[in-house]
Write a protein that binds this ligand. Sequence first.
Ligand SMILES: Nc1ncnc2c1ncn2[C@@H]1O[C@H](COP(=O)(O)OP(=O)(O)OP(=O)(O)O)[C@@H](O)[C@H]1O
Ligand SMILES: [Mg+2]
Length: 220
Amino acid sequence: MLSLADVTYHPPATARPILKQVNFTIQPQSLTLIVGVSGAGKTTLLELIAGLATPTGGKILWREQALQAVDLQELAGLVFQFPERHFCGLTVLEELRLGHPELTLEQVQQVLSTVHLSDVPLHQPPHLLSGGQQRRLALAVQLIRQPYLLLLDEPLAGLDWSMRQQVMQLLQELKQNWALLVVSHDTRELSAMADQVWSLEQGTLVPAGSQGQTLEMPCS
Ligand SMILES: Nc1ncnc2c1ncn2[C@@H]1O[C@H](COP(=O)(O)OP(=O)(O)OP(=O)(O)O)[C@@H](O)[C@H]1O
Ligand SMILES: [Mg+2]
């Protein structure tokens, strides 16, 4: 169980805090959805939870114990927006083993099966996969590290209807084993599977609904 307690982010370069006293808890096997317009601070929040930036106030806690950035880097796996743009392996196998040459073929096959990519040849170049397959590979790259929490930045952005369905189905499955935190400017499809929905407005987190409710949010 991961909690944010009064997390604030106010880098010296900005006149106002980007995040102000953000509080919420992420339960295991759940999906938390945070929505907000462009510039609301969604990606910044994920970077803090992933240990890529450090809050200027408040704490991020794991079972009441305050975590440092290095702990968060182990605990959380961040899938960036448009993750396929960051692929650097020449093959699917290489992409999954980047930084982890010790991973066995069995571990690689297992994670590919989790994201329904077992049929893809290991020597396939990632850029030759379909858009939906690339998103699933990006998830596998994080899952293979066995994080507690998966952080997803706009996981449906730029996908057509059928690829969105593939990714949503997979998120629904991953929720059975992982804690997921999804940020998006668009609630339409994801709010139905969310266990908690928050809205990020001017740096403050506001409850936006509960399980299964459809929200009327303007799309940016
Ligand atoms: N380190 C930083 N220093 C100064 N300003 C920053 C820093 N990081 C982010 N910002 C600013 O904070 C605000 C929030 O940015 P962020 O990228 O987190 O928003 P977002 O909700 O992810 O937007 P989008 O939907 O466009 O991805 C923006 O105004 C951004 O320019
Ligand atoms: Mg963003």
